[in-house]
Design a protein around this ligand. Structure first.
Ligand code: SAH
Length: 347
């Protein structure tokens, strides 16, 4: 069998792996052992599977590949943030980030190579989408950061955000499968409550997630509650009017009872006016939510500039006046281009 014909063994479920061994005249239990090596013990090759006979390892080698990621380069920021450049089996690269704070350690992971969307203020958008990541490629990023967290901070990863490269809802099935594995006791055993999926807001997919009964948190990159402005900064959103988004989020909340986080950057001359603030306050009334005001990370000399402190304070006071919870999120890892919107494989 040539290399290209070999199957990625981690595309198999545990059941399929057990069946494979039975078909080979071996015991189904062997499937459990191998499965554990593949996921919990993070084996990069068949030789690492020391409780499996050499003959079986050679048989696996002849039939399958393990398309494990390789962390090619690790950059450490002065604020403790770590950025991994991750090489995939086909040579493409994505980035993931470990963000430590006093109370938590968060992994920010990628879901696509490049991105399907075209947000004008985001460096990843300039890469275009090359391909979707497989569930195991997403899982491996988390496992790698978990290892680094143990190494550098002496404790396990506490949170995961899908805020790296890509639009997770454009790679929904694989993202969901990766989360199943991350939360499974046979994977990393993390609670879904500690996972946040961030989307630019694709109404149909938000409803689908609600129907699927997912248990993780949802964040929406809103940035404007006025269609015309949003269409200018996030051109794809022309196809997804705010009214549809609002309706999908109401559906999400009705089904999941999980509040939505709106991510929002305030830019000079774009959305730092009264009308924009009022529109956001109004938008926040439809569905239980909170707002994270994100610091803008400049990606070039371009048209986008962080608004003044005064403009941000205006947002905060107006939101608070209407009892809407608002947090200001300082950015991390800027010096190594690891902050939100800066992931673009510069290395
Ligand atoms: N596609 C998803 C996830 C990736 S972007 C989404 O849009 O949510 C993760 C977050 O970084 C989003 O909230 C996005 O709006 C924000 N972001 C993008 N570019 C940024 C920049 N230059 N500065 C600060 N935040 C940025």
């Amino acid at each position: 069998m040539s290399i290209t014909q070999k199957k990625d063994i981690r595309a198999l479920t545990k059941e399929q792996l057990r069946d494979f061994f039975v078909a080979q005249g071996d015991k189904a239990f062997r499937g459990n052992q191998v499965y554990e090596w593949l996921w919990q013990k993070n084996a990069h090759n068949f030789n690492a599977m020391t409780n499996v006979s050499k003959q079986t390892r050679e048989m696996l080698e002849a039939n399958f590949v393990i398309n494990h990621i390789n962390v090619d380069q690790i950059q450490r920021s002065s604020d403790g943030t770590v950025k991994n450049a991750v090489r995939l089996h086909d040579g493409l690269i994505v980035e993931s980030v470990l963000i430590p704070t006093k109370t938590r350690t968060t992994a920010c992971v990628s879901s696509q190579v490049g991105c399907s969307l075209d947000c004008n203020f985001c460096a990843t958008a300039q890469l275009k989408r090359m391909r979707n990541l497989n569930p195991d490629e997403i899982y491996d990023q988390v496992a790698a950061i978990n290892k680094e967290s143990l190494l550098y901070h002496n404790h396990k990863l506490s949170n995961i955000v899908f805020m790296g490269m890509g639009e997770p809802l454009m790679n929904y099935n694989n993202v969901l499968k990766s989360i199943e594995k991350i939360t499974s006791p046979e994977g990393l055993g993390m609670s879904p409550r500690r996972i946040t999926l961030s989307t630019s807001g694709i109404p149909k997919m938000i409803k689908k997630m609600a129907d699927d009964g997912v248990k993780f948190n949802l964040a929406v990159s809103l940035h404007s509650a006025i269609d015309e402005i949003r269409a200018k900064i996030m051109p794809f959103s022309k196809n997804f009017p705010l009214e549809d988004l609002r309706e999908a989020l109401a559906y999400w909340y009705a089904k999941t009872k999980s509040i939505v986080t709106y991510e929002y950057i305030v830019w000079k001359g774009i959305n730092d006016d009264k009308k924009s603030i009022q529109a956001l306050v109004q938008f926040c009334k439809y569905v239980p939510c909170k707002v994270n005001l994100i610091e803008y990370n400049p990606i070039d000399e371009g048209e986008f500039q962080q608004a003044t402190r005064q403009a941000i304070n205006n947002y905060i006071s107006n939101l608070e006046m209407h009892d809407i919870v608002v947090n200001v999120r300082r950015s991390r890892g800027k010096d190594i281009d690891a902050a939100c919107g800066q992931l673009a494989n510069k290395s």
